[in-house]
Structures are given as structure tokens and as C-alpha cells.
Design a binder for this molecule. Structure first.
Ligand code: OXD
Ligand code: MN
Length: 650
């Protein structure tokens, strides 16, 4: 329960709201404080461009909120929302830190729901590749526009009754950058507003741009209103898990999300806009919207380069993006940890921006040992979700065993007392921190450069316990595109999948493609023609290979700088590699191991077991055949056949 001060502050917001309502009722105030009969409790409807206003009116008529709040993005607005959420039991304060909050969700709403995420196009094939008859497609879900309308009509009418609809104008990318895009999210969740304020640039400056006539991506979100009300204990986290649905309509740049308040399901700028709708816009406009981190790396001679890397969810993108290199003289700086928008400039140089403004990182596993820079980022102005709480007003998750005072009591993410013998994790495996990017001590000085940063290498990778070496380089761009297409990784907790199964996750985009993956591959192949002399080199990395005894063969984390060192020297065309059937690997002695503690079994780390690779080729072949059929571009099929032949002759 909030203390008295908090309650008073809450009462003062409520009073302000009813004052607005009264103002509206007086005929002579000269202010238009309602939109088609709905109270505007915050913001000026005149600040909305005609298009935004029409969108708000249309959605308000559908969802019937009690009030409308036009977000300005200010500190005072955020404080008001935080107090409201405290009062409603959505968040609690974490007095150990500066302006940090803990949200506990309904346990039925803890991750992205891929099975209920749809792309709506007139023609199914625009969205889904030609799967083999009888095979279930796993490269996205399609819905017709009629079914999308029906799904909306079955859920949205009146779903915001008694709640406030927040209007969030936001920019993906620096406000006004030629590479940025604008969205407007309408939501009934104050948690979404506060989180979008961290994850995007949001508020009045964006509205001002829209006032000048910009188009925008339309994002409608409701936590929903279940037919059978949820248990009281979850009243602070309304949701409708039974009917959750996330819809995208690329033709009209519409996103519609119902029933979940969590992460990628509700912060619509992230996966829905920056990746799914973003990839369709990128295809139309000739650029790339990718599930990639971007890091800057400076070598001991002072030469700086930027690298983009695609790993599936929860495979260490944030750790790599914020790495503390162990190799002396190297410096890594972070541009972004999850999404990259990249475009070849007029000189044929690929340039990238991070369209986000914050980190929505997986908490478990983050520690001073694994990611000291994240630890220096997250303890102010952060919303934690589903981590455990400590009795001294702090947070706890798996990985912080050595960083928590042994005397403190721990309450797990479900609100239950927890200790090491409890037998279940204290934090949900997909628990998160949501922190402003500019708090990262190694944020790159150019991270908001409107032109983007030049990208010289692209890495693909995943969790591959067997067979796949630490690093290898593609023979060329086309082979590199094949490597992205053939990516596989052990599944993680970021979505609803269970267990550690090896999943195909091409380009780490499997849950995020906005259109037919075959067409996406064509688009990537076509990029070569847009490039100049400096086409980025493409590599595959695997920090997760295990020995026959099940131990990791490579220490990872800061030691991955050794792999980046080799990659940078490859970009400089150093002759330090040897060709293998799968690509170039470091020549003997080329990967710097000086100063590394313990023995690295380089033979095992780089071994290429023939049986494994024969099987890998056949698994990829089956996947392509079943999932893509004749949508597989011929150059990619040729790459597969060439790999098969090289492996057979190994
Ligand atoms: C994420 C994800 O939240 O990939 O970034 O699931
Ligand atoms: Mn991600």
C-alpha cells in the first residue's frame, strides 16, 4: 500500500483529473477539452495533427475509455503515472536505488506470445513462405484483413471502459533523423507509458513533428477486459491472457495488440514496429530493419569500427554490446543492444542507427562479472519487471548470488518468501530491466548521430552446444546471407517456448519477420548491388560450444574481444585465416590467447566433425524445403548445395 505522502500525491492527480472534467462542463472556458465526448484529462487536443486526432477519435469510439491523456513525456507526467501505478498496486518503489520500480505481472503474462502474433495481408504469400503441403509453417502467422477486423471487433469494443486511454507520440530513432520513423501508441496501461518513455523518444517534440504533417505508424494497445474478471491478487496487472492477440497490417502501418501488458506484446515500438512493420517499410524503401546490436570497437592503434550482431533473444546481445574487453588496449562502446536500422548511404557505406532509447534487458545472468556496464546502467530510473525483491529495498535475480548481502530476505517474483532451497528461481527467467540507454557508462558518443554509424562487419550467432566453431567468416556476401538463413539456436525464455530445444532462427528474426522470409532473403541478396567498395564482412560466432564433458569450451564475455580482434584484422584484410568447408577460421596462432587464464582446447573449439556437418546440412535442407519451398531464392539453394559438397569431401 502506498504511504500517506504517496496517497496524497495520487489524490492530487485524481483531483486534477476531476478539475479537468469540471472545466469541460463549463461552457465558457474557451478550451476544447474533449474529443467526441471523452474527457481530455491531460494535454491539448489542438496539439494533435488532423491525422492523429482522427486516429484517437476512431480508437476512443471503439474502446470507450473514460478519459484521454495526451502524453507530453515530461518528468512531472511520469511521476504522476508512477504514483498512480503504486496506488493501483502495479509497481512498488525500490528505495535502495534512485527512482527505480518493481512491477510484478500476472503469472499468465510473462513473455512474448509468438503463437498469437499475426501479420495481416490480403495475400497469404506476402507474409508466409510456401510451406510444403502438410507441414506447419513456423515462419510467422498470417491472418486475412477480414479476420483481423473480426478479431478486433471481438475484443476491443468497450475494452477501456473506466480506464484512461493514453496517447503516446514517439520516435524510433533520434527525433528528426532521416533514418527515424514516428509512431503513435494508444494504450490503457500507465506501465506501457512509463516504459515507452524509457524505450523511445516520446512526447511533445514528436507531436510537433507530426503537426507538420508527418505520417505515423498507428499502434493500438489494450491490456484488455476479460470476460471472467481475474483474481483480485492480480488486479494491479490487468490482462486477458486467454484472448491475447498481436496483429500487424503492413499495408496501413497498423499495429493492434490486445490482452497482454508485457514487453514486446505491449511496448509496440520495439518488436511490432521496429522489426515487424519496420522490416516491411525497410523492404519498400530499400534498407534493413534487423534484430541486431551495434557496438563500436577501438583497437590499440586508435582505429574505430562498428559491428552489428544478430543473436536470438536472450543469447547475450546486451552483454556483447556492453562488453569490457580483456584484450589490452581495446575499447568497446555501445550504440544499441537489440535492434538496428541500417541503410547504404550515397557512398555505398552501410550505416546503422539504434531506433530505441533504452534497454529492455533480460535480468537473470546479468552481474558485475558478466556485464559490469549493465550493472552500472540499471540502478537508477529503471522499471524492473518480475525480478525478486530484497528486504533492504533492492532487487535480486539468478546471477547476483555474490552481490547480495547474505542477511537480506528475498521475496520472489511471485511475491513469496524465497531462499536458495526453495527449488524454483527467485526471478522469472524472462524478468527484465527497462533503463535509459544514455545511462550506460560506455554509450557511444555517436549513438544518436542522425546519419548513423558506419557498419563494417555483421555477426550471426546463437547457442550451439555442439559442432559449430567459435568463429568463422563467410566466403562472400551471398554465403553470408546463407549463414544468416541457416542460423539455429537453443530456445530461451523470452517467448513461450519450453525447454532447451535447438530451433531454426534465421537472422534471429524468426519471431519478427514482417513479410515472407523468402522475399526477405531476396532483399538481403539485393543489398550487394547497393553497396560500394566497403561491403561489410559477415561472420558466424558461437560462444556456447561445450566439450564432450558438457563444459563450455570458451570463457565468453570480455574474452570475446579476442574474437573481435581477429574479425577486425580480417576487415583489414590480414592474411590470418584458413579456408574450411564452412568458411574461413583463424589460422593456427591467429586468435590471440595471450594472457588468457586456463587452457583453451583450440582443437575441440574449432573441430568440424564430419557427421555433425552432414547432419547439419540435411537439417537445413529439410527446413528450407519444408518451410520455404519454392520461395527459397536460388542463390541460397546453391550455397546449401555447395556446402553439402564441401562437407562430403571433407
Ligand atoms: C527481446 C526479445 O525482448 O528478443 O529483446 O525477446
Ligand atoms: Mn530482442
Amino acid at each position: 500500500m502506498p504511504d500517506n505522502v504517496e496517497k496524497n500525491q495520487y489524490i492530487s492527480c485524481v483531483t486534477t483529473a476531476s478539475r479537468y472534467a469540471k472545466t469541460m462542463a463549463q461552457p465558457n472556458v474557451g478550451l476544447y477539452k474533449h474529443l467526441r465526448g471523452t474527457n481530455i484529462v491531460h494535454g491539448d487536443p489542438h496539439s494533435l495533427s488532423p491525422k492523429v486526432r482522427a486516429y484517437v477519435e476512431e480508437c476512443a469510439a471503439l474502446c470507450q475509455p473514460e478519459n484521454i491523456h495526451i502524453c507530453d513525456g515530461s518528468d512531472s507526467e511520469n511521476l504522476q503515472l508512477l504514483r498512480l501505478m503504486q496506488h493501483q498496486g502495479t509497481i512498488q518503489s525500490l528505495p535502495k536505488y534512485d527512482n527505480c520500480w518493481l512491477a510484478r505481472t500476472n503469472p499468465a503474462d510473462v513473455a512474448r506470445v509468438e503463437s498469437r502474433t499475426y501479420i495481416c495481408t490480403r495475400d497469404r504469400r506476402e507474409t508466409i513462405p510456401n510451406t510444403k503441403p502438410g507441414v506447419k509453417g513456423v515462419l510467422g502467422n498470417w491472418m486475412s484483413p477480414e479476420d483481423m477486423d473480426l478479431a478486433i471487433q471481438q475484443r476491443f469494443p468497450g475494452c477501456m471502459r473506466g480506464r484512461t486511454m493514453y496517447v503516446i507520440p514517439f520516435s524510433m530513432g533520434p527525433v528528426g533523423s532521416p533514418l527515424s520513423k514516428i509512431g503513435v501508441e494508444l494504450t490503457d496501461s500507465p506501465y506501457v507509458v512509463s516504459s515507452m518513455r524509457v524505450m523511445t523518444r516520446m512526447g511533445t517534440p514528436v507531436l510537433n513533428l507530426l503537426a507538420e504533417g508527418e505520417d505515423f505508424v498507428r499502434c493500438l494497445h489494450s491490456v484488455g477486459s476479460p470476460a471472467v474478471p481475474l483474481k483480485d491478487e492480480y488486479s494491479g496487472w490487468p490482462c486477458d491472457p486467454e484472448r491475447t492477440i498481436i496483429l500487424h497490417k503492413p499495408d496501413t502501418n497498423d499495429i493492434v495488440s490486445y490482452g497482454s501488458g508485457y514487453g514486446g506484446n505491449s511496448l509496440l515500438g520495439k518488436k511490432c514496429f521496429a522489426l515487424r512493420i519496420g522490416s516491411t517499410i525497410a523492404k519498400r524503401e530499400g534498407w534493413l530493419a534487423e534484430h541486431m546490436l551495434i557496438l563500436g570497437i577501438t583497437n590499440p592503434e586508435g582505429r574505430k569500427r562498428y559491428i552489428a550482431a544478430a543473436f536470438p533473444s536472450a543469447c547475450g546481445k546486451t552483454n556483447l554490446a556492453m562488453m569490457n574487453p580483456t584484450l589490452p588496449g581495446y575499447k568497446v562502446e555501445c550504440v544499441g543492444d537489440d535492434i538496428a536500422w541500417m541503410k547504404f548511404d550515397e557512398n555505398g557505406q552501410l550505416r546503422g542507427i539504434n531506433p530505441e532509447n533504452g534497454f529492455f534487458g533480460v535480468a537473470p545472468g546479468t552481474s558485475t562479472e558478466t556485464n559490469p556496464n549493465a550493472m552500472k546502467t540499471v540502478f537508477k530510473n529503471t522499471i524492473f519487471t518480475n525480478v525478486a525483491a530484497t528486504s533492504d529495498g533492492g532487487v535480486y535475480w539468478e546471477g547476483l548470488e555474490n552481490e547480495v548481502d547474505p542477511q537480506v530476505e528475498i521475496t520472489d517474483w511471485l511475491g513469496q518468501p524465497w531462499n536458495k532451497s526453495t527449488g524454483r528461481p527467485a526471478a522469472h527467467p524472462n524478468s527484465r530491466f527497462c533503463s535509459p540507454a544514455d545511462q550506460c557508462p560506455i554509450i557511444d558518443p555517436a549513438w544518436e548521430d542522425p546519419k548513423g554509424v558506419p557498419i563494417d562487419a555483421i555477426l550471426f550467432g546463437g547457442r550451439r552446444p555442439a559442432g559449430v566453431p567459435l568463429v568463422y567468416e563467410s566466403f562472400n556476401w551471398q554465403h553470408g546471407v546463407f549463414l544468416g538463413a541457416a542460423m539455429r539456436s537453443e530456445s530461451t525464455a523470452a517467448a513461450e517456448h519450453k525447454g532447451k530445444v535447438l530451433m531454426h532462427d534465421p537472422f534471429a528474426m524468426r519471431p519478427f519477420f514482417g513479410y515472407n522470409f523468402g522475399h526477405y532473403l531476396e532483399h538481403w541478396l539485393s543489398m550487394q548491388a547497393r553497396s560500394g567498395a566497403s561491403l561489410p564482412k559477415i561472420f558466424h560466432v558461437n560462444w556456447f560450444r561445450k566439450s564432450s564433458e558438457g563444459k563450455f569450451l570458451w570463457p565468453g564475455f570480455g574474452e570475446n574481444s579476442r574474437v573481435l580482434d581477429w574479425i577486425l584484422r580480417r576487415i583489414d584484410n590480414e592474411n590470418n585465416a584458413e579456408a574450411t568447408p564452412i568458411g574461413y577460421i583463424p589460422a593456427p596462432g591467429a586468435l590471440r590467447l595471450d594472457g588468457l587464464e586456463g587452457n583453451i582446447d583450440m582443437d575441440e573449439l574449432f573441430s568440424l566433425p564430419k557427421d555433425f556437418w552432414l547432419q547439419e546440412v540435411e537439417d537445413i535442407a529439410r527446413y528450407f524445403e519444408e518451410q520455404l519451398g519454392n520461395d527459397l531464392p536460388t542463390p541460397i539453394l546453391n550455397e546449401l548445395n555447395a556446402l553439402r559438397e564441401r562437407v562430403q569431401n571433407m
